[in-house]
Design a protein around this ligand. Structure first.
Ligand SMILES: [Zn+2]
Length: 424
């Protein structure tokens, strides 16, 4: 069976490249969420022609959804010839903005030097195309396959996934008994199984002061100086503490194998868009937004508590220190068991196809697996797909054609092993 599958996929190499190009050529930039419906229909109508039942599901009322920018998802399902489990391939159809520094047209789907270039080539239209070709090869090779196969193209992963996988998962699209195993072909490198991701906590801290004339700052109270005190505590207390927390999660790259916190933005005083003559005032407000990434060994309460404690201590130590903390977003870390069926199936096929043992990794940032775990309560889920993680969101993003083909083989053979119960 494997040999027949692999031969079929090799014979479809041109088709795989063409499908990747066609997906890239639909500029599904998010935000705002351009052309989602066109992309959903490209996938949906292709799969309908291959005997799949198609559902187009709009994430009604989710962030960004409007008649101008409808959040249109597609779910394709084909039942096999006998009862069995269901393997689902999920890819996000949205891509991030283009940015500067491109040497090729980002939406032409340029092919050169054995690579397909374009925004989304690696993250993750190449992965969607590889999953589709894998499933098509499997169905053609064994139309009587047991169980069921599903492919979904979902929106908004780049902005949290609320109109996409989260919306569908809340409706049971990512739960048993409908689905048993989920593979998300994100670009985590073709020889690695990604078991999950670190957690996220985003918050805004605002310090308060009192406005006064800038020539007599002693009559006011500078919110910016209060914020400077916060940042100093971050440097001296919090950052060393975070760096000391190591995880057993195999996060890649290595630098993310600890707790981290980025300061996304800082703002105080005059308006950001101000370009006139500055006025002489003491700032009465200063805000920072922090992006804290946390580990499976930490809890949400701990993560939040560290920052609150630091601010409360400042309140005691520093005259007139007042602050507000607004939580913006949080997601717990998730890590699929290495012994889960989908992990063993994919790892074993990586070894067969690439001739070396699979690496296991955890993503430093989150992706849609969080929604499958949280809302779908399904823990047999991984990310595995073609493309080099470091190229995601970069100019001249590309995916290697060899990687596309190798990952399609791994996906097809893994799906076969899971459907037939060869791996349980
Ligand atoms: Zn992605």
């Amino acid at each position: 069976m494997r040999d027949a599958l692999f031969a079929s996929i090799e014979a479809k190499t041109d088709e795989l490249v063409e499908l990747t190009r066609n997906l890239i050529q639909i500029p599904t930039i998010n935000p705002p969420g351009e052309d989602y419906e066109d992309c959903a229909r490209l996938i949906g109508e292709r799969m309908r022609a291959r005997g799949f039942d198609i559902a187009y599901v709009r994430g009604d009322g989710t962030p960004g959804d409007s008649d101008r920018y409808p959040r249109v998802n597609v779910v394709a399902r084909r039942e096999g010839g006998a009862p069995g489990s269901c393997v689902h391939f999920n890819g996000h159809t949205d891509v991030v903005e283009v940015g500067k520094g491109w040497t090729v047209d980002p939406f032409a789907g340029v092919v050169k030097d054995g690579k397909v270039f374009g925004r989304g080539a690696c993250d993750m239209k190449g992965g969607i195309a590889a999953a589709i070709i894998a499933v098509e090869a499997l169905i053609e090779t064994r139309p009587d396959f047991p169980g069921a196969l599903e492919i979904s193209g979902t929106v908004d992963e780049e902005t949290g996934g609320y109109g996409g996988v989260a919306y569908l998962a809340r409706q049971g699209y990512f739960s048993k008994p409908r689905v048993d195993h989920v593979i998300i072909p994100e670009p985590l490198n073709v020889d690695r199984v990604c078991l999950g991701h670190r957690g996220v906590w985003w918050a805004q801290i605002e310090t308060h002061g009192r406005i006064a004339h800038g020539s007599m700052p002693f009559l006011g109270d500078s919110a910016i100086r209060h914020m400077a005190a916060v940042l100093e505590r971050f440097e001296h207390d919090l950052y060393p503490h975070l760096a000391s927390k190591r995880t057993d999660m195999p996060v890649a790259p290595e630098g993310a194998r600890q707790s981290t916190m980025n300061i996304n933005s800082i703002h105080g005083g005059l308006g950001e868009d101000f370009d006139g003559w500055p006025s002489a005032v003491v700032a009465d407000s200063c805000r920072v937004v922090v992006d804290r990434r946390y580990l499976i060994e930490e809890t949400y309460d701990e993560v939040k508590g560290e920052v609150v404690d630091l601010l409360e201590r400042l309140k005691r130590d520093r005259k007139n220190f007042r602050y507000d903390l607004k939580e913006l977003w949080s997601v717990p870390p998730t890590m699929t068991d290495k012994e889960a069926a989908v992990v063993r199936a994919v790892a074993s096929e990586i070894e067969t196809v690439l001739g070396k043992p699979a690496d296991y990794v955890i993503s430093p940032g989150t992706y849609d697996q969080k929604h499958v775990a949280r809302f779908g309560h399904l823990h047999d889920c991984i990310a595995y797909g073609p493309g080099i993680l470091d190229l995601a969101h970069q100019p001249d993003e590309y995916v290697g054609i060899d990687d596309l083909v190798a990952s399609a083989k791994v996906m097809a053979a893994s799906a076969w092993a899971l459907l037939t119960g060869e791996v349980t």
